[in-house]
Structures are given as structure tokens and as C-alpha cells.
Write a protein that binds this ligand. Structure first.
Ligand code: FAD
Length: 465
């Protein structure tokens, strides 16, 4: 065979898990090699978080450009050149992926292009089209991420697309059907509705956005309906027939078979971990459910030299969770005592308005045996929200009854994605609702809603009765 290259730590996959792990490992003095078969930055930077948020912004600007009745603004000629919108999105992606490359090089991380395959617990072969190279390492961090699930009756094609396809369309679809009302389907459906598409979301379960409280999703559903998005719940998608310039989707709802025509069908019914076809079994790695890899609190698998992070291990499939686990694994390899603590992982859905949670919901807290006091403050009673004409939503805080310790926060409303950070910090720092209530928040800001929600928990809010 070839002459093996030796490294301290090998990282496989350069998404938000892998590239962060590689940088942190290098910072601790390890000699690091990162292997990537696709593009640096992984799903998140290339075909996930970042491009989706860029297109969501385009949708917002476009809607704003159409005027604001309540503010007396009318316009007539708002147009969108979608190829320019795509160029904008691509330029954002390019800046960030270029930035990652620069950071890796600046930290002296060796970047290797190709696909990694395990030979044993300390050896992989990396293959690209032309050649193969063996790498030997003391430790490896698996950060190979996930890919969209394909359902047999909806084979991906020109018109039946996954999230990656939906992010790179060359036209705004006249009619878009979204199968699966999870956060990815709902975000993209909402974005295309803003861009002018007629959108139908088909969700198999009783409601869209499983995992968020009903009181929250209700407000998002109201927003979607206002955009003309049709939401069909309890809808089982059966099949699709592609025509010359469209596709017909058949589904069953309320015991009846129905059909809907579309230009494109976006299938977002989940993502499966990239843990197959890598020879992990040969290396002795034990798997948990659904192809996920079981790890300890430092990210170590059943094989002590093999760590795993991000979408391939249990927990929410979110970029910041992958990065956090990446830092922990890299530090653990360096002999530090770092361990994961999932108490305060935020989750955000970038709909209109946004949804954001951190820590426990009221129900989860009760299920965990806490006696809780919860309090809610509406956006509609906040001056800034009124001035922004963004009055739908609320902040809800969940606290431990005995001492007011903050256990969780749920926000639905404009700016929720940024507002949740303060409450994550409060949970992380072991703060009480009194600490939040006593923190002086600038006026007029949306942050005051969190302060006032804390006062609601304490029983003495100023701005509601
Ligand atoms: P990934 O980002 O999936 O990266 C894995 C990398 O490993 C890939 O580049 C792949 O090419 C490479 N790889 C795989 N196998 C091999 C191999 N054998 N050899 C070499 N390389 C390999 N999360 C959020 O937190 N916020 C959001 O707003 C958000 N929006 C999203 C929107 C969309 C449309 C999608 C699809 C996802 C979104 N996510 C979001 C989820 C987020 O993208 C993922 O949780 C995150 O990318 C997971 O990071 P990772 O490092 O585990 O893996």
C-alpha cells in the first residue's frame, strides 16, 4: 500500500461540528488533519442554516418592499430577480466557507479532500477520484453529519426536491407543495410564500412544528395562513407523478384521496445520519437507534480512540449543538475534563414570527418532577413591539417554584432568535426570575418583554394587569 501519513487527531467532516473540533484541537496543541469529501463548512454553511437564512431575508425584504398598510406605505412595482437573490445567497455562503478555510489554515490544520473509510480503530483510507491515502491517528472525531431521508414514493428528481434543491431553485415556484411540516419544511415553505409562491404544507401528524408548544405554533400558523399558506394536517403523502412542467401529488386526508398540482414538491421528512458505508463496524463502533452513534459525555464512542459529534449522535440536529460537542471532544482528547451539559441548548425556527426555546417547557419541567411557576408576557404590551408593528407573540418563563430558578424559556415573536440568548445565559448561570426582573433592560426594546415575563412569574408586572 501507500506510505501512511501520521497525525495526532483526525477529524472527518468539516461542518459546524468538525471544523470547530479541528480548530479547538489545534488550539490545544494537537497536530490535526481534517477530511472533507464535499465542501468545507458542511451542510450548515453550504446547504443548511446559512443559505436558508439568506433566502428567508430575501423574502422579508421583498414583503417589506410591497409596503405597509398600517404605516401608510404603498408601493406598486416591487419585483424580484431571483437569479440575483441566488447570487446574494451564494456570496454569503462563499464568504463563510472561505472564512472557515482561512481559520483552519491559520490554525495549521491540514485539510484533505476526499472520502474517509475505516481500516481499523487507528487507521482510515481517504479516497478521491484519483488516489487513495492512508492516515494513522491517535484519535479521530467523526463529524459526518446527516442527509435528507428519501421516501420511496417520492424519489428525488428535477421536480421532487430535498432542502438542498429548494435552496438552489432557479425560479420562484408558482406552486410549491411541502411534504413534512418540521422546522426545515416550514421555514422554507414560509420563505417561498414570502417570495410569491402559493404553498401547501402536507403534514402527516396532527400538527406542524412538533416539539414546540401549541400556544406558540398557533401564532406561526396564523402567520402562515395570512401569507396564504395552506396547511393540511393528518395528510399521508402517497405518491407523485411528474408531468412535463410540473408534478401531481396524491395524498390521503380525512379518509379521502386527494390530489394537488405543483411546480415543485419539497420533501422534508427527516434526516438520517451519515454513519453507513464508512466501515465503522470494522472499527468496532457500537450503534444506537436509527444509525446514531452512542457516546459518553465527552463524545467518546464504544472505541476509546473514536469520538463522534453533531448530527450523528443523539439529540437535536442543530449546528450549535454540533459545534459545542466538537469543542468538548477536542478538549477531552487533550486530556481536559470537559463534558457536555445539554441543559441550555436553544432551538430556533425562523418562521414569521420566529420561535425559540431553551431549557424546559412547563410540561417537561412538571414531567421531571419540578413544582413550577410559569409566567407569560405578550409582545402586544411592549412599546418597541408596537412601534415595529410586530405585536404577535409572547415570552414565557418557567421557573422552579421554591426559589424561582429559571428552568426554561419559550419565545414566539419577532426577534425571538436573538432574544433567546439572554435566557440561555440565565439558565447556564443558574439565575432566578428575580435576577432577570432586576436586570435593567434598555427601553424601548424587545428585551423588556423577557424582564416583564419574569415580573409576571413574581406576581408584580408593571405593564399588564
Ligand atoms: P454536517 O454539517 O452535515 O457536515 C458533515 C460533513 O461531513 C459534510 O460536509 C460531509 O460532506 C462530510 N462527510 C460525510 N461523510 C464523510 C466521509 N466519509 N469522508 C469525508 N467527509 C465526509 N441548524 C441550526 O442550528 N440552525 C439552523 O437555522 C439550521 N437550518 C437548517 C436548514 C436546512 C435546510 C438544513 C438541511 C439544516 C439546518 N440546520 C440548522 C441543521 C444543521 O445544518 C446541522 O445540524 C449541522 O450542519 C450538523 O453539523 P455536523 O457538523 O454534524 O454535520
Amino acid at each position: 500500500g501507500d506510505f501512511p501519513i501520521e497525525t495526532d487527531t483526525l477529524v472527518i467532516g468539516s461542518g459546524p461540528g468538525g471544523y470547530v473540533a479541528a480548530i479547538r484541537a489545534a488550539q490545544t496543541g494537537q497536530k490535526v488533519t481534517i477530511v472533507e469529501r464535499g465542501s468545507l463548512g458542511g451542510v450548515c454553511l453550504n446547504v443548511g442554516c446559512i443559505p436558508s437564512k439568506a433566502l428567508i431575508s430575501v423574502g422579508h425584504r421583498y414583503v417589506d418592499a410591497q409596503g405597509a398598510d398600517a404605516m401608510g406605505i404603498t408601493t406598486s412595482d416591487a419585483k424580484i430577480d431571483f437569479s440575483k437573490a441566488q447570487e446574494f445567497k451564494n456570496s454569503v455562503v462563499k464568504k463563510l466557507t472561505g472564512g472557515v478555510e482561512g481559520l483552519l489554515k491559520g490554525n495549521k490544520v491540514e485539510i484533505v479532500k476526499g472520502e474517509a473509510y475505516f481500516v481499523d480503530a487507528h487507521t482510515v483510507r481517504v479516497m478521491d477520484e484519483k488516489s487513495a491515502q492512508t492516515y494513522k491517528f491517535n484519535n479521530v472525531i467523526l463529524a459526518t453529519g446527516s442527509r435528507p431521508v428519501e421516501i420511496p414514493s417520492f424519489k428525488f428528481s428535477k421536480r421532487i426536491i430535498d432542502s438542498t434543491g429548494a435552496l438552489s431553485l432557479e425560479e420562484v415556484p408558482g406552486k410549491l407543495v411541502v411534504i413534512g411540516g418540521g422546522y426545515i419544511g416550514t421555514e422554507l415553505g414560509s420563505a417561498y410564500a414570502n417570495l410569491g409562491s402559493e404553498v401547501t404544507i402536507l403534514e402527516g401528524a396532527k400538527d406542524i412544528l412538533a416539539g414546540f408548544e401549541k400556544q406558540m405554533t398557533q401564532i406561526v400558523k396564523k402567520g402562515l395562513k395570512k401569507k396564504g399558506v395552506e396547511i393540511v394536517t393528518g395528510a399521508m403523502a402517497k405518491g407523485a407523478a411528474e408531468t412535463e412542467n410540473g408534478v401531481t401529488v396524491t395524498y390521503e386526508a380525512g379518509g379521502e384521496e386527494k390530489k394537488v398540482e405543483a411546480d415543485y414538491v419539497l420533501v422534508t421528512v427527516g434526516r438520517r445520519p451519515n454513519t453507513d458505508e464508512m466501515g465503522l463496524e470494522e472499527a468496532g463502533v457500537k450503534f444506537g437507534e436509527r444509525g446514531l452513534i452512542e457516546v459518553d459525555r465527552q463524545g467518546r464512542t464504544s472505541v476509546s480512540s473514536i469520538f463522534a459529534i453533531g448530527d450523528i449522535v443523539p439529540g437535536p440536529q442543530l449546528a450549535h449543538k454540533a459545534s459545542y460537542e466538537g469543542k468538548v471532544a477536542a478538549e477531552a482528547i487533550a486530556g481536559e475534563k470537559s463534558e457536555v451539559d445539554y441543559m441550555a441548548i436553544p432551538a430556533v425556527c425562523f418562521t414569521d414570527p420566529e420561535l425559540a426555546t431553551v431549557g424546559l417547557s412547563e410540561q417537561q419541567a412538571k414531567d421531571e418532577g419540578y413544582e413550577v411557576t410559569a409566567g407569560k408576557f405578550p409582545f402586544g404590551a411592549n412599546g418597541r413591539a408596537l412601534a415595529l408593528d410586530a405585536t404577535d407573540g409572547f415570552v414565557k418563563l418557567v421557573s422552579r417554584k421554591e426559589d424561582g430558578l429559571l428552568l426554561g424559556a419559550q419565545i414566539v415573536g419577532t426577534g425571538a432568535s436573538d432574544m433567546i440568548a439572554e435566557l440561555g445565559l440565565a439558565i447556564e448561570a443558574g439565575m432566578t426570575v428575580e435576577d432577570i426582573a432586576m436586570t435593567i433592560h434598555a427601553h424601548p426594546t424587545l428585551g423588556e418583554i423577557s424582564m416583564e415575563a419574569a415580573e409576571v412569574v413574581l406576581g408584580s408586572p408593571i405593564h399588564i394587569l
